[in-house]
Design a protein around this ligand. Structure first.
Ligand code: AMP
Length: 267
């Protein structure tokens, strides 16, 4: 695997390829990320994974500071999958001093659910993806359903920036045996927190089972109370998101000072 740190070198290396799979990540890789790399390896002529903890998408500076970094382990994992290229840029490489910020017209989704609780987050996601896709001429983009709303935003970004030739693949959420969605942020939980955090998925499953039979507001209330009893400190939202052709139940909640998100696709 080639580890490339500059945009110029990466663009040069990729210029001879015309079927490029791209897996953008913030590192601290787990089986969820690796699954995206495996899919790209099966489909694309060349696979590029990027690791860049994007300051622009963190509305909470503490969350950015505490974001886990495990580069050596990440490299070993990517090498074991024969990932072709790891792009590992610094902040000044992604956003040079003369970088012009833009406002992305992504519509109401910017301020709903994740957007409501993380102001500016999706503008930051668009900023980094717009830049990374300028550097990586991807034909296929591999992303996780776990960040369902992020997938919606990227779909919109591809249209807004006239990149209709890129295929966005959404890959199902990879979970531990307990049902807990794998996330780099799980590293910040204690052993007890990891066990308790799995109840987030259980609550979503309960809402999924009953949501057409019972009043949704009541269900949401039950689920929230349940999670609070199970050790969650705060539940930001449990909501049904309708996005043709999908209906999704999504949630965000805090446990041991860590913000976790999860969702289940209903159809
Ligand atoms: P992140 O490093 O959190 O920015 O995630 C990089 C990519 O991996 C995104 O497309 C995420 O949706 C995806 N991802 C993160 N966790 C999972 C998971 N548990 N299952 C599948 N994909 C995931």
């Amino acid at each position: 695997m080639k580890v490339i740190r500059t945009a110029n070198e990466l663009t040069k290396v990729l210029s001879i390829h015309n079927n490029i799979g791209f897996v953008p990540t913030m590192g601290c890789l787990h089986e969820g990320h690796l699954c995206l790399v495996k899919k790209s390896k099966l489909t694309n002529e060349i696979t590029v994974c990027s690791i860049f903890v994007n300051p622009a998408q963190f509305n909470d500076p503490k969350d950015y500071k505490l974001y886990p970094v495990t580069i050596d382990e990440d490299i070993t994992k990517l090498e074991s999958l024969h990932c072709d290229i790891l792009f590992l840029p610094g902040v000044e490489e992604v956003y040079p001093a003369n970088y012009q910020n833009k406002y992305y017209q992504i519509g109401e989704i910017e301020n709903l659910w994740e957007g409501f609780y993380r102001p500016g987050h999706f503008q930051g996601v668009c900023k980094v993806m717009d830049r990374l896709l300028d550097i990586v001429p991807a034909t296929d983009l591999w992303m996780g359903q776990k960040d369902f709303q992020q997938c919606m935003v990227i779909e919109k970004l591809l249209v807004l920036t006239n990149r209709k030739n890129i295929t966005l693949h959404r890959i199902e959420t990879i979970r531990s045996n307990s049902g807990l969605a794998l996330s780099s942020r799980n590293q910040r939980l204690s052993d007890d927190g990891i066990i308790k955090a799995a109840t987030l998925y259980e609550s979503l499953q309960l809402v999924q089972k009953l949501y057409q039979k019972e009043d949704f507001t009541k269900l949401e209330q039950y689920a929230k109370e349940d999670l609070l009893q199970n050790g969650f400190e705060e539940i930001e939202y449990i909501s049904v998101i309708q996005k043709e052709p999908s209906v999704v139940i999504a949630a965000a909640a805090w446990i041991e000072g860590v913000r976790l998100i999860d969702n289940i696709i209903l159809n």
